[in-house]
Ligand binder design. Structure first.
Ligand code: BGC
Ligand code: NOJ
Length: 815
């Protein structure tokens, strides 16, 4: 238990025990089309599908106080005014608890004998959120109070909403019917949807004008309607529409009242838009409110959220993995983070404003690695969507918008690692499902409208692209950047008003990336294995030859003496080499050369990992991205040298690339190191939350490193590729249950002192219960594998051919 909260593992909840956490601690609601961000003080906002184009409620990023917009309830009792979530009023509460669970957040608080519970969730497959509210009188006397709800509506397009007031102040429109507030801005013109904020209980008043409820010279911490104890039944004409309900309660000792607020996004579909001029046709809205008018439906919807998560998570559980941090991450929180990164890529979090970035080509491909076991069909669709944003010459749009699925022209392409990640995601999908038909699925190219080229065609295009775009050392050209977005070797920007990512001229450039070469090695092996599985020996042989060729180049050109060079800049000088003054050793080239099988025959792979340990690793922090950090801006390197030392790509601990090193140690059978490294960045294992500051239940993109003035301070939580990769590390490489083309491969790599553990894995319709025993205190290597009583020679479990849906496996470590 820390100062701020604790894990309630059996309930799969993180319990926050005081509201003033070091930073807002966020949770996500929803996993279909309607999403909400929700912090421990009920801060956050909601949107439908796309946080930029369909934002339903407002949120002011980088505000002070931070995280001061949300799903607020106010209690006015006598003179005192308070929020169950503490903010925005910040009245001291007698008790506070926030439980972030899977797809829901429940806040329970007490003040002066009144207890309020606020449970927020989004029912499966619905475009709405529910706040179930209970108010209980815990005092011995009858108490009267007034409860207010409050949301501020957004005019859907979030950027316009926060910049174009000359227009937006005149467009706001609402209607009120019973307890329901209809937000219908722009509905008269081109929109076919509206928002709805209703209440299951009879109300005693409402406001729809923010100026009326809050007051022009007041704030959310002292809204004038709440201070006055009543709403004024205002109707918004322009300015800022809001939704506020007033509920007067008189509660006897012990009495409880329960009701709910419903916030919905309503698509009008084919229905006529209006009942009369200026009167919207509310049929759909009324249906929604009728459906959720009774508490039994609401409770059933909440039960459905929980059941859905339990069923998803049952695809991978290790109830007795000996390390509690790894256990809770694998069983619960890491999988939850994988759902969020899959759904939202890097678009919307406490740090991503939902306006800048859509879905990332490399990001979304990697997100699939940690998600595909949960909902393989959705992964399949995503792979095809991503592939459709590739161009026929092999380059890719770096990002695309989720609503249109079209590539984002502002950022364009030219990030030369992008094409290869598609091979990783596709192979992961086939290893999980065995469904090779995806390879034949038509997905076309972004520059050839109507083309129906297959996914396999895209994969071959990606391989060819990398092979054909190599520099003077025979290594792949980097383009604008590779995985390290900030290694901009063709940028040469002297202007502060340019984007490092897009400004450089990459045509004809010589700058090369060793990381892409390593990644190529890895995907070539994956692809050759796929071709062998498909029975295409010729193709497997061809790809193997490409592999051998690239391997030779890497070994001849990229070994720096004690580690792999990171890149060659546009002038042909090495980056990440002993000859460099700063930035001598980088993490990514060590990781990918090792993962791609370089340095196996000649001992370099081990040396590369040892270099990481020596120069970059700290047990309490993880591995910094490179060493030594750049102390000055370097024109020839770009954004990487723009950050102050120890932050972000300039030698911060970038969690994502750490995970590849973890895999590296498992390849060497070093289970003790693998777990130690795994724990070095594991949020659950962070001890001092005043230093770490971010959520203890999900990974953050970056932790300030030993080279910074604030080591150990994490930033940019939730939406990071670390989510997927950490799950791959723990589930496949430490616990060792690896989906392969023809079945599950069992190959754990654990600390020597681990005696035994179990994994339950649902895979291609079969539930495997895998018990791993370690009587000889080994880390890696299968001595025996017994499948339903039958000893088998290989470590890949054959798929049952007799219709069995449950299989028991006993594995013993030690060779
Ligand atoms: C960040 C990177 C990010 C890139 C693209 C940079 O400023 O440091 O982590 O990937 O921007 O948005
Ligand atoms: C965050 C980006 O989303 C990701 O694509 C990139 O690989 C990392 N930053 C590292 O620069």
């Amino acid at each position: 238990m820390s100062t701020y909260g604790y894990f309630d593992d059996p309930s799969r909840e993180f319990v926050i025990t005081r509201p003033d956490t070091p930073l807002p601690w966020l949770n996500y609601l929803g996993q279909d089309d309607f999403f909400g961000l929700c912090t421990q003080t009920a801060g956050g906002y909601s949107f439908w599908k796309d946080a930029r184009m369909r934002r339903i409620t407002r949120y002011r990023y980088n505000n002070n106080p931070m995280d001061n917009d949300g799903r607020f309830l106010y209690v006015k009792q006598g003179k005192s005014v308070w929020n169950p979530g503490w903010k925005p009023v910040r009245t001291k509460l007698d008790a506070f608890e926030c439980r972030h669970g899977l797809g829901y957040t429940r806040i329970t608080s007490r003040k002066d004998g009144i207890e309020v519970g606020q449970l927020m969730f989004i029912p499966p497959d619905e475009n709405l959120e529910v706040w179930k509210v209970s108010v209980r009188n815990r005092a011995r006397r009858t108490q009267r109070l007034t409860l207010f709800s409050f949301v501020e509506f957004c005019f859907y397009e979030a950027l316009n909403d926060m910049t174009n007031y000359q227009r937006t102040y005149s467009i706001g429109e609402v209607e009120i019917e019973g307890s329901a507030i209809y937000h219908k801005t722009e509905y008269r013109e081109r929109r076919n949807h509206y928002a709805l904020f209703g209440c299951t209980r009879r109300i005693d008043g409402y406001d729809t004008s923010r100026d009326a409820f809050v007051g022009v010279h007041h704030g959310l911490h002292d809204p004038q309607a709440v201070l006055a104890g009543k709403c004024s039944n205002s109707r918004a004409y322009g300015w800022n529409p809001c939704g506020a309900h007033q509920i007067n309660l008189t509660l006897k000792p012990g009495q409880e009242e329960t009701f709910a607020f419903i916030l919905a996004y309503v698509d009008q579909g084919d229905l006529p838009k209006f009942d009369a001029p200026f009167v919207l046709n509310k049929t759909r809205g009324r249906e929604i409110l009728a459906k959720y008018s009774d508490l039994a439906t609401i409770d059933a919807a909440f039960a459905a959220v929980r059941e859905r998560w339990e069923s998803l998570l049952s695809a991978y559980q290790s109830p007795d993995a000996p390390d509690q941090h790894l256990r809770r991450m694998v069983n619960t929180w890491n999988q939850v983070q994988c759902m969020a990164t899959f759904n939202l890529s890097r678009s919307t979090s406490g740090y991503e404003t939902g306006i800048g970035r859509g879905m990332g080509y490399r990001d979304s491909n990697q997100d699939i690695l940690g998600f595909v076991h949960l909902l393989p069909d959705r992964a399949r669709q995503r792979i095809l969507d991503i592939a459709s944003t590739q161009l026929s010459d092999g380059t890719c749009f770096h990002q695309y918008q989720p609503l249109t699925k079209k590539g984002n022209a502002d950022i364009g392409g030219g990030f030369n690692d992008d094409p290869l990640w598609l091979i990783l995601s596709t192979c992961a999908y086939i290893r999980e499902t065995g469904d090779t038909t995806i390879l034949e699925a038509p997905c076309g190219y972004a520059d050839k409208p109507g083309s129906t080229d297959s996914l396999l065609h895209h994969i071959e295009t990606s391989i060819t692209y990398t092979l054909n775009n190599r520099g003077p050392h025979g290594l792949p050209l980097i383009g604008h950047a590779d995985w390290n977005d900030c290694l901009n070797l063709n940028c040469f920007s002297k202007e502060p008003n340019e984007s490092f990512q897009t400004v450089g001229d990459i045509a004809g450039s010589k700058a090369e990336s060793v990381m892409i070469a390593g990644l190529f090695l890895y995907v070539a092996r994956d692809l050759a294995a796929l071709y062998r599985f498909l029975g295409s020996e010729t193709d497997a042989t061809r790809v193997n030859a490409n592999y051998a060729d690239m391997l030779k180049t890497v070994e001849e050109q990229a070994w720096d003496g004690a580690w792999y060079t990171r890149a060659f800049d546009a002038a042909g000088n090495p980056v990440g080499s002993k000859v460099c003054e700063e930035g001598k050793v980088y993490i990514e080239s060590q990781a990918w050369c090792v993962l791609g099988g370089a340095g196996q025959a000649n001992g370099r792979a081990k040396k590369a990992l040892q270099a990481v340990e020596k120069f970059l690793y700290r047990r309490d922090l993880g591995c910094a991205l490179q060493y030594p950090p750049y102390s000055t801006y370097r024109l020839e390197l770009g954004e990487v040298s723009s950050y102050p030392p120890g932050y972000k790509e300039n030698a911060g601990v970038f969690s994502h690339n750490n995970t590849w090193i973890h895999i590296g140690w498992t390849l060497f059978g070093d289970g003790d190191r693998a777990l130690e490294y795994y724990l070095s960045i594991c949020p659950s294992a962070k001890k001092d939350h005043d230093v770490y500051r971010s959520e203890p239940y999900v990974y953050a993109q970056m932790t300030a490193s030993q080279f910074s003035p604030t080591p150990g301070e994490a930033k940019n939580s939730w939406l990071t590729g670390t989510g997927a990769w950490s799950f791959v590390v723990a589930s496949q490489f430490i616990l060792g249950v690896q989906p392969d083309f023809s079945g599950l491969r069992i190959d754990p790599c654990v600390p020597k002192k681990w005696k035994s553990f179990t994994v339950q894995r649902r895979y291609r319709g079969v539930t495997y219960t895998i018990e791993v025993k370690n009587p000889r205190g080994r880390s890696k290597g299968i001595k025996s594998l017994v499948v339903d009583g039958v000893k088998i020679d290989d470590n890949v479990i054959p798929l049952p051919t007799d219709g069995r849906t449950a299989v028991r496996v006993e594995a013993v470590l030690g060779r």
